[in-house]
Design a protein around this ligand. Structure first.
Ligand code: HEC
Length: 131
C-alpha cells in the first residue's frame, strides 16, 4: 500500500465517522428524553402526540366579515354549528366576544356582521331558538 492510499483511507474513515457522529447527534437523547417525560414533585408530565382532524367545513361566499372577526379564534365549523339565534342573540354574542375575550371587532361592523351570521345556511334552518 502506498502512502497515498493509506492517507486517502484514513481521510475516508474520518469522513464516515463524521457522518455517523452527526446522525447520532440528530436522533440522539433529546427526543428520547422528551418521550420519557419529566418528573418533579410526585408528578410526571409526558409529551404526547395528537392528530387533529382536518378542517373540512367552510363558510359560504360572502362570509368575509365572519372570517375576519371570528375565525382567528373559532373554526368555521364551530360558527356553522351554532343553534339558530336571532339578531339580538348574535349581538349579545358579539358583545361577549368583545368584552370577555377581547376580540378586536370594530363596533361599526356589528350590523353587517349580524346580517352575515343570520344569513348563514345553518342559521336559516328553523325559527330562532330560545336561549
Ligand atoms: C379573541 C378570540 C375570539 C374571537 C375573535 C371570537 N371569539 Fe367567540 N369565543 C371565544 C372564547 C375564548 C370563547 C369561549 C370558549 C368557547 O366556547 O369556545 C368563545 C365562545 C363563543 C361562542 C359560544 C357561546 C358563548 O357565548 O360562549 C360563540 C357562539 C362564539 N364564541 C361566537 C363568536 C363569533 C360569532 C365571533 C365573531 C363575531 C367570535 N366568537 C369571535 C373567543 C373568541
Amino acid at each position: 500500500m502506498s502512502k497515498r492510499t493509506i492517507a486517502l483511507s484514513v481521510l475516508g474513515l474520518i469522513a464516515v465517522l463524521a457522518v455517523v457522529w452527526v446522525v447520532l447527534l440528530r436522533s440522539g437523547p433529546t427526543e428520547t428524553a422528551a418521550a420519557a417525560g419529566v418528573s418533579g414533585g410526585g408528578v410526571t408530565l409526558v409529551s404526547d402526540q395528537i392528530t387533529l382532524p382536518e378542517e373540512t367545513a367552510a363558510l359560504p361566499a360572502g362570509s368575509d366579515l365572519i372570517t375576519a372577526n371570528c375565525t382567528a379564534c373559532h373554526s368555521a365549523e364551530m360558527i356553522a354549528t351554532q343553534p339558530v339565534l336571532g339578531a339580538e342573540q348574535w349581538q349579545a354574542t358579539i358583545d361577549k366576544m368583545r368584552t370577555v375575550y377581547k376580540a378586536p371587532i370594530a363596533p361599526n361592523d356589528d350590523k353587517a356582521l349580524i346580517a352575515a351570521l343570520t344569513a348563514l345556511p345553518s342559521q336559516r334552518a328553523a325559527a330562532p331558538a330560545a336561549r
